[in-house]
Design a protein. Structure first.
Length: 230
């Protein structure tokens, strides 16, 4: 009898406690059949609109080599989780969310493939004023100056993107390769030189908050990326 009681006590100690439940699972989907669709759902399968702060498991199903899934926030372009544009498959992330607003988007098609949700207590914007005072004149925004290069050889680079904020930018591209090109892709931007082209071009672009990728279309492993802050 004593032996049976001891075994029962040992079995009770071996059972996991109720507090050891797994993290709630969020599911992201982007680009089935190369469609321009992106979604993020909660553990019940409903479209995500609000969550409590905490740690979650994010499972991303990336179906397309022309789209990516990029989750960032709150209130900045700080990346929480991302897949690459040319990646196809499933990725699992453990993410920690804090109070604020988060955005999930496809970087190359940011204007048409994006969504947002809130976490915790989000500050309500102040009510509009009933008067319209004259705005304080602001100096014109200065365009950021970036320089990019591809070739000679297996070389691609972009300089000046270390701490960029959203706004205008002028990019000088020196293409010294007849086998590679320089292709910049990101929110609202898709510009490239020709693979057979060599020379120098200047692009005037408007950069938005999010991740940008530069690569060679002929050799996709020749690539790099940078993040633009809001």
């Amino acid at each position: 009898m004593l032996r049976l009681l001891a075994l029962a006590a040992f079995a009770a100690l071996a059972l996991p406690s109720a507090g050891s439940a797994d993290n709630p699972v969020l599911t992201g989907d982007v680009g089935p059949n190369d469609a321009f669709t992106i979604a993020l759902k909660d553990a019940s399968g409903a479209n995500l609109t609000h969550l409590d702060p905490g740690t979650y498991t994010l499972v991303v199903h990336d179906h397309s080599a022309i789209h990516d899934f990029h989750l960032f926030g709150p209130g900045t372009s700080a990346t929480v989780a991302t897949t690459e544009v040319d990646f196809v498959g499933d990725r699992t992330f453990t993410i920690t969310l804090v109070d604020g607003t988060y955005t999930f988007a496809c970087d190359p098609h940011f204007t048409v493939m994006k969504g947002t949700f809130t976490v915790g207590t989000v500050t309500t914007p102040p009510s509009p004023l009933t008067t319209n005072p004259e705005p304080t004149p602001q100096p014109p925004a200065t365009a950021a100056k970036l320089s990019a290069s591809v070739g000679p050889g297996a070389h691609i680079a972009l300089r000046g993107a270390g701490s960029l904020s959203a706004g205008k930018a002028v990019i000088t591209v020196k293409d010294a390769s007849k086998t590679d090109n320089f292709h910049l892709v990101g929110p609202g931007v898709s510009k490239s030189t020709g693979v057979a082209f060599t020379g120098t071009v200047k692009w005037s672009v408007v950069l938005r908050a999010g991740r940008y990728t530069f690569r060679s279309d002929r050799h996709p492993k020749l690539r790099g990326s940078f993040v633009v802050a809001a």
